[in-house]
Design a protein around this ligand. Structure first.
Ligand code: NPG
Length: 368
Protein backbone atom coordinates (compact mmCIF):
# COMPACT_ATOMS: atom_id res chain seq x y z
CA UNK A 1 0.00 0.00 0.00
CA UNK A 2 0.91 3.68 -0.25
CA UNK A 3 0.56 6.35 2.37
CA UNK A 4 -1.73 9.32 1.71
CA UNK A 5 -1.08 10.94 5.09
CA UNK A 6 -1.54 10.68 8.82
CA UNK A 7 -3.89 12.71 10.98
CA UNK A 8 -2.66 13.23 14.53
CA UNK A 9 -5.39 13.74 17.13
CA UNK A 10 -4.57 14.89 20.63
CA UNK A 11 -7.22 13.63 23.05
CA UNK A 12 -7.71 14.32 26.74
CA UNK A 13 -9.80 11.78 28.64
CA UNK A 14 -10.76 12.50 32.27
CA UNK A 15 -10.16 9.55 34.63
CA UNK A 16 -12.94 8.31 36.93
CA UNK A 17 -10.49 8.65 39.84
CA UNK A 18 -6.84 9.75 40.19
CA UNK A 19 -4.32 7.00 39.31
CA UNK A 20 -1.16 7.20 41.44
CA UNK A 21 1.98 5.20 40.70
CA UNK A 22 5.50 5.48 42.08
CA UNK A 23 6.26 7.98 39.29
CA UNK A 24 3.14 10.14 38.86
CA UNK A 25 -0.47 10.91 39.72
CA UNK A 26 -2.74 11.11 36.70
CA UNK A 27 -6.22 12.69 36.75
CA UNK A 28 -6.68 12.69 32.98
CA UNK A 29 -5.13 10.60 30.22
CA UNK A 30 -3.63 12.63 27.40
CA UNK A 31 -3.04 10.51 24.30
CA UNK A 32 -2.13 10.86 20.67
CA UNK A 33 -4.32 9.00 18.17
CA UNK A 34 -3.28 8.42 14.56
CA UNK A 35 -5.68 8.11 11.65
CA UNK A 36 -3.48 6.49 9.03
CA UNK A 37 -4.82 7.10 5.52
CA UNK A 38 -3.58 4.86 2.70
CA UNK A 39 -4.61 4.16 -0.89
CA UNK A 40 -6.28 0.99 0.39
CA UNK A 41 -8.24 2.55 3.26
CA UNK A 42 -7.76 3.91 6.76
CA UNK A 43 -6.64 2.53 10.09
CA UNK A 44 -6.32 3.71 13.69
CA UNK A 45 -3.19 3.83 15.78
CA UNK A 46 -2.85 4.82 19.43
CA UNK A 47 0.35 6.26 20.87
CA UNK A 48 0.56 5.38 24.57
CA UNK A 49 3.27 7.83 25.62
CA UNK A 50 2.37 10.25 28.40
CA UNK A 51 2.60 14.05 28.54
CA UNK A 52 5.93 13.86 30.39
CA UNK A 53 8.79 11.35 30.08
CA UNK A 54 8.15 9.75 33.49
CA UNK A 55 7.44 6.12 32.57
CA UNK A 56 10.11 5.97 29.87
CA UNK A 57 11.90 8.58 27.78
CA UNK A 58 8.97 9.15 25.44
CA UNK A 59 6.37 11.91 25.71
CA UNK A 60 3.48 13.03 23.52
CA UNK A 61 5.03 16.10 21.92
CA UNK A 62 8.20 14.12 21.23
CA UNK A 63 6.12 11.43 19.53
CA UNK A 64 4.26 14.01 17.42
CA UNK A 65 7.56 15.60 16.43
CA UNK A 66 9.32 12.38 15.44
CA UNK A 67 6.25 11.24 13.52
CA UNK A 68 5.98 14.44 11.49
CA UNK A 69 9.72 14.93 10.93
CA UNK A 70 10.98 11.38 10.42
CA UNK A 71 8.62 8.42 10.74
CA UNK A 72 5.77 9.47 8.45
CA UNK A 73 8.15 10.72 5.70
CA UNK A 74 10.20 7.48 5.94
CA UNK A 75 7.11 5.34 5.63
CA UNK A 76 5.81 7.41 2.72
CA UNK A 77 9.15 6.90 0.98
CA UNK A 78 9.02 3.14 1.58
CA UNK A 79 5.94 2.64 -0.62
CA UNK A 80 4.79 0.14 -1.57
CA UNK A 81 4.79 -1.22 2.00
CA UNK A 82 2.65 -3.44 4.16
CA UNK A 83 2.35 -3.77 7.93
CA UNK A 84 5.12 -6.37 8.09
CA UNK A 85 7.63 -3.95 6.52
CA UNK A 86 6.82 -0.86 8.63
CA UNK A 87 9.32 -1.98 11.28
CA UNK A 88 12.23 -2.12 8.86
CA UNK A 89 11.26 1.19 7.24
CA UNK A 90 11.41 2.91 10.67
CA UNK A 91 14.36 0.93 12.01
CA UNK A 92 17.08 3.49 11.12
CA UNK A 93 15.63 5.87 13.72
CA UNK A 94 16.71 5.15 17.28
CA UNK A 95 14.13 4.60 20.01
CA UNK A 96 10.68 6.25 19.86
CA UNK A 97 9.07 2.84 20.09
CA UNK A 98 5.69 4.15 21.19
CA UNK A 99 5.51 6.48 18.19
CA UNK A 100 6.61 3.66 15.87
CA UNK A 101 4.10 1.27 17.45
CA UNK A 102 1.26 3.72 16.85
CA UNK A 103 2.16 4.13 13.17
CA UNK A 104 2.52 0.37 12.67
CA UNK A 105 -0.80 -0.22 14.45
CA UNK A 106 -2.54 2.21 12.08
CA UNK A 107 -1.05 0.51 9.01
CA UNK A 108 -1.89 -2.94 10.36
CA UNK A 109 -5.47 -1.86 11.06
CA UNK A 110 -5.82 -0.36 7.55
CA UNK A 111 -4.37 -3.47 5.91
CA UNK A 112 -6.51 -5.94 7.86
CA UNK A 113 -9.69 -3.89 7.35
CA UNK A 114 -8.99 -3.83 3.60
CA UNK A 115 -8.55 -7.62 3.64
CA UNK A 116 -11.51 -8.24 5.96
CA UNK A 117 -9.34 -9.99 8.57
CA UNK A 118 -9.44 -9.47 12.35
CA UNK A 119 -6.22 -8.60 14.21
CA UNK A 120 -6.76 -11.47 16.63
CA UNK A 121 -6.61 -14.03 13.82
CA UNK A 122 -3.63 -12.26 12.21
CA UNK A 123 -1.66 -12.44 15.48
CA UNK A 124 -2.58 -16.06 16.20
CA UNK A 125 -5.19 -15.72 18.94
CA UNK A 126 -6.67 -18.93 20.35
CA UNK A 127 -9.24 -17.51 22.78
CA UNK A 128 -12.40 -15.50 22.13
CA UNK A 129 -12.39 -13.85 25.56
CA UNK A 130 -9.63 -13.02 28.01
CA UNK A 131 -9.57 -12.77 31.81
CA UNK A 132 -9.35 -9.25 33.22
CA UNK A 133 -7.00 -8.04 35.88
CA UNK A 134 -7.02 -4.57 37.37
CA UNK A 135 -4.19 -2.26 38.38
CA UNK A 136 -4.85 -0.44 41.66
CA UNK A 137 -2.98 2.79 42.33
CA UNK A 138 -1.25 3.94 45.50
CA UNK A 139 -3.81 5.41 47.92
CA UNK A 140 -3.79 7.83 50.84
CA UNK A 141 -4.70 5.09 53.32
CA UNK A 142 -4.95 1.32 53.61
CA UNK A 143 -8.71 1.65 54.32
CA UNK A 144 -9.18 3.50 51.04
CA UNK A 145 -7.19 0.77 49.25
CA UNK A 146 -9.30 -2.01 50.80
CA UNK A 147 -12.49 -0.26 49.65
CA UNK A 148 -11.13 0.04 46.12
CA UNK A 149 -9.93 -3.58 45.95
CA UNK A 150 -13.26 -4.80 47.39
CA UNK A 151 -15.17 -2.89 44.72
CA UNK A 152 -13.03 -4.35 41.90
CA UNK A 153 -13.46 -7.89 43.25
CA UNK A 154 -17.23 -7.29 43.44
CA UNK A 155 -17.14 -6.22 39.78
CA UNK A 156 -15.55 -9.57 38.95
CA UNK A 157 -11.90 -8.75 38.26
CA UNK A 158 -9.97 -12.01 38.47
CA UNK A 159 -6.59 -10.55 39.48
CA UNK A 160 -5.47 -7.57 41.52
CA UNK A 161 -2.22 -5.67 40.92
CA UNK A 162 -1.16 -3.25 43.63
CA UNK A 163 1.13 -0.38 42.78
CA UNK A 164 3.90 -0.19 45.38
CA UNK A 165 6.75 2.14 46.32
CA UNK A 166 9.07 2.41 49.34
CA UNK A 167 6.78 3.05 52.32
CA UNK A 168 3.74 1.48 50.57
CA UNK A 169 4.52 -2.19 50.07
CA UNK A 170 4.30 -4.82 52.84
CA UNK A 171 1.48 -3.17 54.80
CA UNK A 172 -0.98 -2.73 51.91
CA UNK A 173 -0.21 -6.26 50.63
CA UNK A 174 -0.72 -7.73 54.10
CA UNK A 175 -3.98 -5.82 54.53
CA UNK A 176 -5.35 -7.02 51.18
CA UNK A 177 -4.42 -10.63 51.98
CA UNK A 178 -5.96 -10.43 55.46
CA UNK A 179 -9.20 -8.88 54.21
CA UNK A 180 -9.73 -10.83 50.99
CA UNK A 181 -7.94 -14.10 51.64
CA UNK A 182 -5.28 -16.23 50.02
CA UNK A 183 -7.31 -17.20 46.96
CA UNK A 184 -7.18 -13.75 45.36
CA UNK A 185 -4.66 -13.65 42.51
CA UNK A 186 -2.43 -10.82 43.71
CA UNK A 187 0.70 -9.15 42.32
CA UNK A 188 2.61 -5.91 42.83
CA UNK A 189 4.21 -3.34 40.53
CA UNK A 190 7.02 -1.01 41.64
CA UNK A 191 7.72 0.81 38.35
CA UNK A 192 11.49 0.86 39.11
CA UNK A 193 11.08 2.47 42.57
CA UNK A 194 13.61 0.26 44.46
CA UNK A 195 17.31 -0.60 44.37
CA UNK A 196 19.04 -3.87 45.10
CA UNK A 197 19.80 -2.63 48.61
CA UNK A 198 16.04 -2.94 49.28
CA UNK A 199 16.23 -6.73 48.73
CA UNK A 200 15.59 -7.50 52.39
CA UNK A 201 12.44 -5.35 52.44
CA UNK A 202 11.22 -6.89 49.16
CA UNK A 203 11.84 -10.38 50.57
CA UNK A 204 9.20 -9.59 53.21
CA UNK A 205 6.66 -9.80 50.38
CA UNK A 206 7.54 -13.51 49.97
CA UNK A 207 5.15 -14.34 52.80
CA UNK A 208 2.09 -13.30 50.77
CA UNK A 209 2.17 -15.79 47.89
CA UNK A 210 2.22 -13.12 45.18
CA UNK A 211 2.00 -14.10 41.51
CA UNK A 212 4.93 -11.79 40.82
CA UNK A 213 6.70 -8.54 41.56
CA UNK A 214 6.88 -6.30 38.53
CA UNK A 215 9.88 -4.11 37.69
CA UNK A 216 11.25 -3.51 41.17
CA UNK A 217 14.57 -2.00 39.95
CA UNK A 218 15.62 0.53 37.28
CA UNK A 219 15.00 -0.51 33.70
CA UNK A 220 18.69 -0.82 32.78
CA UNK A 221 19.53 -2.98 35.81
CA UNK A 222 19.20 -6.51 34.43
CA UNK A 223 22.03 -7.79 36.63
CA UNK A 224 20.35 -6.29 39.67
CA UNK A 225 17.11 -8.07 38.80
CA UNK A 226 19.02 -11.33 38.34
CA UNK A 227 20.60 -10.88 41.78
CA UNK A 228 17.27 -9.95 43.35
CA UNK A 229 15.60 -13.00 41.79
CA UNK A 230 18.04 -15.15 43.79
CA UNK A 231 17.28 -13.29 47.03
CA UNK A 232 13.47 -13.48 46.99
CA UNK A 233 11.01 -16.25 46.19
CA UNK A 234 8.36 -14.03 44.57
CA UNK A 235 8.81 -14.39 40.78
CA UNK A 236 10.37 -11.29 39.17
CA UNK A 237 8.50 -9.89 36.16
CA UNK A 238 9.92 -7.19 33.88
CA UNK A 239 8.03 -4.36 32.20
CA UNK A 240 10.13 -1.22 31.54
CA UNK A 241 13.30 -3.29 30.91
CA UNK A 242 11.79 -5.21 28.01
CA UNK A 243 11.88 -3.02 24.93
CA UNK A 244 12.34 -5.66 22.22
CA UNK A 245 12.56 -9.40 21.63
CA UNK A 246 16.34 -9.02 21.92
CA UNK A 247 16.18 -7.41 25.36
CA UNK A 248 13.65 -10.06 26.43
CA UNK A 249 16.07 -12.79 25.33
CA UNK A 250 18.88 -11.15 27.32
CA UNK A 251 16.72 -10.80 30.43
CA UNK A 252 15.64 -14.43 30.28
CA UNK A 253 19.16 -15.66 29.61
CA UNK A 254 20.51 -13.67 32.58
CA UNK A 255 17.80 -14.92 34.91
CA UNK A 256 16.60 -11.33 35.41
CA UNK A 257 12.95 -12.38 35.13
CA UNK A 258 10.78 -15.45 35.08
CA UNK A 259 7.65 -13.63 33.82
CA UNK A 260 7.28 -10.91 31.14
CA UNK A 261 4.76 -8.09 30.85
CA UNK A 262 4.19 -7.37 27.15
CA UNK A 263 3.03 -3.86 26.22
CA UNK A 264 2.90 -3.31 22.47
CA UNK A 265 3.67 0.40 22.74
CA UNK A 266 6.76 -0.12 24.88
CA UNK A 267 8.26 -2.65 22.44
CA UNK A 268 7.54 -0.86 19.16
CA UNK A 269 4.31 -2.53 18.09
CA UNK A 270 2.03 -5.55 17.98
CA UNK A 271 4.34 -7.50 15.66
CA UNK A 272 7.35 -7.18 18.00
CA UNK A 273 4.97 -7.98 20.86
CA UNK A 274 4.13 -11.24 19.11
CA UNK A 275 7.82 -12.01 18.63
CA UNK A 276 8.37 -11.55 22.38
CA UNK A 277 5.39 -13.82 23.02
CA UNK A 278 6.87 -16.49 20.75
CA UNK A 279 10.30 -16.20 22.39
CA UNK A 280 8.79 -16.49 25.87
CA UNK A 281 6.72 -19.52 24.87
CA UNK A 282 9.88 -21.16 23.53
CA UNK A 283 11.55 -20.56 26.91
CA UNK A 284 8.45 -21.56 28.94
CA UNK A 285 8.26 -18.02 30.36
CA UNK A 286 4.68 -16.96 31.12
CA UNK A 287 3.57 -13.60 29.71
CA UNK A 288 0.67 -11.24 30.31
CA UNK A 289 -0.57 -8.13 28.56
CA UNK A 290 0.15 -4.81 30.25
CA UNK A 291 -1.98 -1.71 29.95
CA UNK A 292 -1.27 1.98 29.43
CA UNK A 293 -4.75 3.39 30.11
CA UNK A 294 -5.63 2.85 26.47
CA UNK A 295 -8.82 4.12 24.88
CA UNK A 296 -11.14 1.52 23.39
CA UNK A 297 -8.93 1.50 20.27
CA UNK A 298 -5.77 0.34 22.01
CA UNK A 299 -7.79 -1.83 24.39
CA UNK A 300 -9.33 -3.69 21.42
CA UNK A 301 -5.90 -4.40 19.95
CA UNK A 302 -4.51 -5.45 23.34
CA UNK A 303 -7.34 -7.98 23.69
CA UNK A 304 -6.39 -9.53 20.33
CA UNK A 305 -2.82 -9.92 21.59
CA UNK A 306 -3.83 -11.18 25.04
CA UNK A 307 -5.76 -14.00 23.32
CA UNK A 308 -2.51 -15.66 22.15
CA UNK A 309 -1.69 -18.99 23.82
CA UNK A 310 1.34 -17.82 25.84
CA UNK A 311 -0.68 -15.19 27.72
CA UNK A 312 -1.32 -17.53 30.62
CA UNK A 313 -1.63 -14.85 33.33
CA UNK A 314 -4.51 -12.33 33.48
CA UNK A 315 -3.42 -8.97 32.09
CA UNK A 316 -4.12 -5.30 32.80
CA UNK A 317 -6.91 -5.64 30.26
CA UNK A 318 -9.59 -3.95 32.32
CA UNK A 319 -13.02 -2.77 31.24
CA UNK A 320 -13.27 0.76 29.80
CA UNK A 321 -15.06 1.84 32.98
CA UNK A 322 -11.96 1.14 35.10
CA UNK A 323 -10.56 4.45 33.87
CA UNK A 324 -13.20 6.22 31.77
CA UNK A 325 -16.81 7.18 32.38
CA UNK A 326 -17.10 7.60 28.60
CA UNK A 327 -14.85 5.78 26.15
CA UNK A 328 -14.37 6.84 22.52
CA UNK A 329 -15.54 3.42 21.29
CA UNK A 330 -18.41 1.24 22.40
CA UNK A 331 -17.17 0.51 25.93
CA UNK A 332 -15.59 -2.81 26.83
CA UNK A 333 -17.54 -4.30 29.73
CA UNK A 334 -16.65 -7.06 32.12
CA UNK A 335 -18.61 -10.29 31.73
CA UNK A 336 -17.87 -12.87 34.35
CA UNK A 337 -14.43 -11.33 34.84
CA UNK A 338 -13.61 -11.46 31.14
CA UNK A 339 -13.57 -9.17 28.10
CA UNK A 340 -14.58 -10.36 24.65
CA UNK A 341 -11.96 -10.24 21.90
CA UNK A 342 -13.27 -8.20 18.94
CA UNK A 343 -13.90 -10.19 15.77
CA UNK A 344 -14.58 -7.46 13.18
CA UNK A 345 -11.80 -6.72 10.64
CA UNK A 346 -8.68 -4.89 11.83
CA UNK A 347 -8.69 -3.87 15.47
CA UNK A 348 -12.42 -4.52 15.30
CA UNK A 349 -13.75 -1.27 16.75
CA UNK A 350 -14.32 2.28 15.48
CA UNK A 351 -14.27 5.57 17.34
CA UNK A 352 -17.73 6.98 18.03
CA UNK A 353 -17.64 10.36 16.19
CA UNK A 354 -19.35 12.43 18.92
CA UNK A 355 -17.34 10.89 21.76
CA UNK A 356 -14.10 11.32 19.80
CA UNK A 357 -14.90 14.94 18.97
CA UNK A 358 -15.72 15.67 22.61
CA UNK A 359 -12.25 14.66 23.85
CA UNK A 360 -10.16 15.92 20.90
CA UNK A 361 -8.17 19.02 21.75
CA UNK A 362 -6.21 19.42 18.51
CA UNK A 363 -5.63 17.76 15.14
CA UNK A 364 -2.84 17.98 12.60
CA UNK A 365 -2.64 16.53 9.10
CA UNK A 366 0.76 15.21 8.03
CA UNK A 367 0.70 14.71 4.26
CA UNK A 368 2.76 11.84 2.84
O1 NPG B 1 -4.86 -1.02 33.08
O2 NPG B 1 -4.21 0.28 31.48
C1 NPG B 1 -4.13 -0.15 32.65
C2 NPG B 1 -3.07 0.44 33.54
C3 NPG B 1 -2.10 -0.58 34.03
O3 NPG B 1 -0.74 0.05 35.84
C4 NPG B 1 -0.93 0.09 34.66
N1 NPG B 1 -0.11 0.74 33.82
O4 NPG B 1 3.22 0.86 34.91
O5 NPG B 1 2.07 -0.65 33.95
C5 NPG B 1 2.19 0.50 34.37
C6 NPG B 1 1.04 1.46 34.28
C7 NPG B 1 1.23 2.65 33.37
C8 NPG B 1 0.15 3.34 32.90
C9 NPG B 1 2.46 3.07 32.98
C10 NPG B 1 0.28 4.45 32.06
C11 NPG B 1 2.59 4.19 32.15
C12 NPG B 1 1.51 4.85 31.70
Amino acid sequence: MKLTGVELRWVSMPLVSPFRTSFSTQTARELLLLRVVTDEGEGWGECVSMTSPLYNEEYIEGAADVLRRFLVPALAAAAPFDAATVGSALEPFYGHRMAKAALEMGVLDAELRAEGRPLSRELGAVHDRVPSGVSVGIMDSVDQLLDAVGAYLDEGYVRIKLKIEPGWDVEPVRAVRERFGDDVLLQVDANTAYTLSDARQLARLDAFDLLLIEQPLPEDDLFGHADLARLITTPVCLDESITSARSAAAAIRLGACSVVNIKPGRVGGYLEARRIHDLCVAHSVPVWCGGMLETGLGRAANLALAALPGFVLPGDTSASGRFYATDITTPFVLEDGHLTVPTAPGIGVDPLPDELAAVTTRTEWIPA
